[in-house]
Design a protein around this ligand. Sequence first.
Ligand SMILES: Nc1ncnc2c1ncn2[C@@H]1O[C@H](COP(=O)(O)OP(=O)(O)OP(=O)(O)O)[C@@H](O)[C@H]1O
Ligand SMILES: [Mg+2]
Length: 311
Amino acid sequence: MSYIEVRDLWKRFKKREAVRGISFQVERGEIFGFLGPNGAGKSTTISVLAGLLKPTAGDMSVAGYSIAGNPMEVKRCIGLVPQDIALYPKLSARDNLRFWGSMYGISRLELQRRVKEVLELVGLSERGAEPINNYSGGMKRRINIAAGLLHQPELLILDEPTVGVDPQTRSRIFEIIRHLNQDGTTVIYTSHYMEEVELLCDKVTIIDEGQIVASGTKEELLRQVGGKQEITLTVPFINESLYQQLKSIPHVQQVKAMEEQVDILTDQADTILTSVLGNFINAGVPVSKIEIKKPNLETLFMKMTGRTLRD
Ligand SMILES: Nc1ncnc2c1ncn2[C@@H]1O[C@H](COP(=O)(O)OP(=O)(O)OP(=O)(O)O)[C@@H](O)[C@H]1O
Ligand SMILES: [Mg+2]
């Protein structure tokens, strides 16, 4: 039995099926990536796992404890870093952490030590006395992470922890996650950034519209798109007839037209490039940039759903 087992999980909100039969496993010590576009059902799945929402059907277990049968044991294992920042703006970072720590039932003395440790870990010891109001977005994100670590959880679940942060804070957050993982913490990392998941995670599950689209190690997933390439063209516009012409070029497998960008999925980028460009020239649409990309998880998502992750 795996460290985390999710079996045929369903979650319905009134008429909306947010999660429709999801199953996956995570082994102890892994960094597990949960990748999907807006509204895919990532936060809902995580909220069920963390015991914040009751599933409509299905079961999950962590470290052998079923969430239905032993919710308290499961909660004790998990540190959740929610997507929305859960901090009191007028309180200092330290007081925020004390508040969250007391919610976990940590004793006063222990809490004092832990608050100091987690502040050091996220690199904000110096600023701990200041109210959250004074913090930058990236600093708030780091305190949000610190709050999830107070009770030394063996499983850390982060829900899009890098939204709205600068690249420097992002690498800092990645360092923190890697450090915790090296110390034995299992990590579930949710994101709609394919690059992040590729960089950080051992195993990845891609979800869309409440269902699993693909799942495996990065290597296994990339093998599924092996040989596929993506041609990306930057253009001012594209019309229906040009779109249809591109789709009918041999070896073109998918065409995705967005505002000012066209993505073409193919297994023969070099051979079709001239005819792709020819179509744009004939249609009188100037191309300002062309890029040929190696297959990545974004390519896989496009192959499986016909859409891009950032729709
Ligand atoms: N409390 C709720 N009541 C009704 N519908 C909900 C609720 N929470 C989520 N949903 C719906 O369930 C679906 C999945 O939402 P969820 O928040 O799990 O997506 P997500 O993958 O986390 O997306 P994002 O990347 O935008 O955070 C969406 O259609 C959303 O509108
Ligand atoms: Mg979410």
